[in-house]
Design a protein around this ligand. Structure first.
Ligand SMILES: Cc1cc2nc3c(=O)[nH]c(=O)nc-3n(C[C@H](O)[C@H](O)[C@H](O)COP(=O)(O)OP(=O)(O)OC[C@H]3O[C@@H](n4cnc5c(N)ncnc54)[C@H](O)[C@@H]3O)c2cc1C
Length: 507
């Protein structure tokens, strides 16, 4: 639809990856963009924080599109992250240990992974081969960049077409299989447990396969320095393109006149107007609080009533005066069983998952290390505690102590070396980023809603003009690359509406 444009002004709510991307591509295309961000720094969930000389990273494990040979890499070049980040690729995705000293290793390299899994459990060879074929099925989705010779690029394109044409049903099968259902088919108890827990049990298997395919192609590397430097690169790119950001400005309402979004009102009462409003903030607060639910029809409400979200987390960061050079470098760490089940927060835990940041020395002072423990949690458990600050603080303290004891089981003597323990709850995530129920990645893609991944959620609300959304709440599966694509896709759409050619530039 062709739209009459007056002054090209856009207000963007939120300076997470999606909001900054909307700003960057907006500026590249001549829009006057102003971002309003409630926090005092950029990045939203892609963040880190400092405690006693340690940097605790709250986000990045793998960055899809990190390989210059991948077509997706050009997006990272457009926003400046490719040029300014040093990427490392790790040989292992994760390890899963049992009580008897057996360890399953999920190698990044597919052939090595296959060899290891077959040797680990020959009785599961049929299922292991099916799993490995599933990863190979996803390889063509990683299309080649212009750095790859033309013939190889064409051959990858043909392979992708072939995959859609011939393997469509197999893809559907993986999409419709949850990690839990797949795990239950293993005969070896440790493999069964590992497949059940290494991913989110309800998550569609297709995305586990995808990630492993990207890791194999060294296209899901880790940017040294972690999350915050990436967020600052985006902020810098946006500002250098002439964009404006207003920090510590929380948007309370989106102002609507005659079913058109015309401005925003901040919590301090200040009002700002623009021709278009984009919300790159949390979906629930945008639709049901900033807009009072006035433009939420049944279809808009459905996900908020029925779809599962990525569980909120209890996120425990530990600073320890010790190195772990002997431990392997892994993308996601390792899981080990506890001597006895322990109640931590809302659940009794039988094993924990530890991620040692021995791959990124910049996170800790010389001779010291950061360890992160992430535990799935339940939002309501914390919400009930929200009004009782003492109970909340006591709970966090208890969790910290429990983790120290658990670490002591695996690394005797460590409790003497631990210098800092920092516990973030789902309420912390909610407070700092506004994300609904403290979710860390928005909508989970499960066998029952996997069709939305293909169809995409709409970027507009019914009956409301000049208003748009981008970010993880309209891109099931979430993630940083999705945030960039979401902002980019939206600006492309605006350019089409305004009959302008969509332009991008690289630094
Ligand atoms: C522990 C963890 C690990 C992760 N690992 C990875 C990984 O390895 N790879 C990967 O790709 N992704 C990962 N993710 C997911 C990724 O961080 C998110 O999907 C992505 O950052 C979401 O970006 P976004 O811009 O959509 O939303 P957000 O980052 O939530 O940004 C929304 C912004 O809006 C602001 N805001 C909200 N409400 C208001 C308001 N009323 N007024 C003004 N501003 C407001 C918030 O402060 C925030 O800055 C991880 C996330 C977590 C937490």
């Amino acid at each position: 639809m062709k739209k009459e444009v007056t002054d090209n002004s856009i207000i963007i709510i939120g300076a997470g990856f999606a909001g900054l991307a909307a700003g960057i591509y907006g500026r590249m295309n001549g829009y006057k963009t102003r971002i309003f961000e409630m926090h005092d720094k950029p990045g939203g969930l892609c963040t880190s924080w400092e405690r006693n000389g340690y940097t605790f990273d709250g986000c990045i494990h793998w960055l899809v599109g990190s390989s210059p040979l991948s077509a997706f890499h050009s997006y990272w070049e457009e926003v400046g992250i490719a040029q300014k980040s040093e990427i490392i690729n790790m040989d292992e995705y994760m390890r899963f240990e049992d009580k008897d000293g057996r360890t399953v290793i999920f190698y990044s390299d597919i052939d090595r992974l296959k060899q290891h899994l077959l040797a680990f459990s020959p009785q599961d060879s049929v299922l292991i081969n099916e799993f490995i074929s599933g990863i190979r099925l996803c390889l063509p989705f990683n299309q080649a960049s212009k750095q790859v010779p033309l013939l190889r690029r064409i051959s990858k394109k043909i392979r992708l077409g072939f995959t859609f044409l011939i393997k469509g049903k197999t893809m559907q099968k993986w999409m419709k299989t949850s990690a839990l259902d797949f795990a239950e088919r293993f005969m070896d108890p440790l493999l069964r447990e590992a497949f059940r827990e290494m991913w989110i049990p309800e998550f569609s298997m297709f995305f586990m396969l995808f990630t492993l395919a990207y890791l194999h192609e060294k296209n899901a590397g880790y940017p040294l320095g972690g999350s915050m430097p990436m967020s600052k690169i985006l902020e810098d790119r946006y500002l250098k393109l002439g964009g404006e950001i207003n920090y510590k400005n929380k948007v309370e309402k989106i102002i609507v006149k005659d079913n058109r979004a015309v401005g925003i009102r901040l919590t301090d009462g200040a009002e700002y107007s623009a021709e278009r409003i984009i919300s790159a903030a949390d979906g629930y607060s945008t639709i049901f609080k900033m807009l009072d639910g006035r433009f939420a029809d049944e279809k808009t409400r459905e996900p908020y009533e029925k779809w599962p979200i990525f569980n909120p987390l209890i996120f425990i960061s530990v600073g320890v005066a010790r190195t772990f050079r002997e431990e392997p470098l892994t993308v996601s760490g390792f899981s080990y069983p506890l001597k006895e089940p322990v109640k931590i927060g809302d659940a009794v835990r039988e094993r924990v998952w530890i991620h040692i940041y021995n791959h990124d020395p910049s996170m800790a002072p010389e001779g010291k290390s950061v360890m992160i423990v992430m535990l799935n949690s339940v939002y309501d458990y914390w919400k009930e505690m929200a009004d009782d600050k003492d109970a909340y603080m006591k709970e966090k303290k208890q969790i910290g102590s429990a983790i120290v004891e658990i670490l002591e089981q695996r690394f005797p003597g460590i409790s003497e070396q631990i210098e800092v323990v920092d516990v973030a709850s789902p309420l912390t995530f909610e407070r700092y980023t506004g994300n609904w129920q403290g979710s860390f990645e928005g909508w989970l893609i499960t066998p029952s809603n996997s069709n939305v991944f293909m169809k995409r959620m709409p970027q507009q609300l019914p009956g409301l003009e000049n208003f748009y959304m981008c970010g993880q709440w309209i891109e099931p599966g979430g993630g940083l690359p999705t945030g960039i694509m979401s902002g980019r896709r939206l600006i492309q759409k605006l350019c089409r509406t305004d009959n302008k050619k969509f332009r991008v530039s690289k630094m």
